[in-house]
Design a protein around this ligand. Structure first.
Ligand code: ADP
Ligand code: MG
Length: 240
């Protein structure tokens, strides 16, 4: 479904991604972890064309992301992305946040978009909040709306970039629970997170990044019991 082959990227002299290769099959859940600045956000953003790269290949469902002829907005419409800081439209109600992309990008009627949006809003437990504005919701609620909004676009895969790291501790689980449910239903997911409980529960594989390199790409079991690299061992010792 998602394939990265020898992807490298530089900012001037600074190499932010170094020869990154991995593949994510349909229904796979892959967790990406590693120290701050190691290139995790940059890596997942290459998948939906938010970060251009100078070398290598990224393909999503057979579409070459780096190819100048590829329609990146069409690709992005099919890949859901959830960021650390919710990124809801502040001036729109929850319901309008859910329908805007569907009507503008997918050309759905407002009725159809509303039905779909509310179905996902119900799934994340927030149907009663549909008339509120983002600022009237807690961080955890905003992030669940952001997930519902992404799902309303019927994505073929979901990318998450530290979706719980800006949340107060008591709100982390309500967001992780939604993500666990998605994983168990077979959604293809790449998740940058340091929530190792989540990783243990649903990830099939864990990538560990350091200085722009994927230094470890292991089964979850192997990562927690016998990490191959010294850097991953140190990292685990610090966060577990
Ligand atoms: P992570 O998500 O693992 O914390 P990032 O992918 O955000 O790492 O960033 C990787 C590195 O690239 C960091 O050292 C960061 O400072 C650098 N970087 C990110 N964006 C830019 C930019 N626009 N120009 C120069 N360096 C950048
Ligand atoms: Mg990051």
């Amino acid at each position: 479904m998602i394939e990265l082959k020898n992807v490298s990227k530089w900012y001037g002299q600074f190499q932010v991604l170094a020869d990154c290769t991995t593949r994510v099959g349909k229904g796979d859940v892959v967790v990406i972890c590693g120290p701050s600045g190691s290139g995790k956000s940059t890596l997942i953003k290459t998948v939906n064309g938010l970060e251009p790269f100078q070398q290598g290949e990224v393909t999503v469902d057979g579409i070459a992301v780096g190819d100048k002829k590829t329609d990146l907005s069409a690709l992005r419409a099919r890949i859901g992305m959830v960021f650390q800081n919710f990124e809801l439209f502040p001036h729109l109600s929850v319901r309008d946040n859910l329908t805007l992309g569907q009507t503008r990008v997918l050309g759905r009627s407002l009725d159809e978009a509303t039905a779909k949006g509310l179905q996902y809003l119900d799934r994340v437990g927030l149907l009663a909040q549909q008339d509120k504005y983002p600022s009237q919701l807690s961080g955890g609620q905003q992030q669940r709306v952001a997930i519902a909004r992404a799902l309303s676009m019927d994505p073929i895969a979901m990318l998450f970039d530290e979706p719980t790291s800006a949340l107060d501790p008591e709100m982390i689980n309500e967001v992780l629970d939604v993500m666990v449910g998605l994983a168990q239903e077979g959604m293809t997911m790449m998740v940058v997170t340091h929530e190792m409980g989540f990783a243990r529960k649903v990830a099939g594989r864990i990538l560990f990044m350091d200085h722009g390199r994927i230094v470890e790409d292991s089964s979850t079991q192997e990562f927690f019991t016998a990490p191959r690299s010294e850097r991953a061992r140190e990292f685990l010792a610090r966060i577990l």
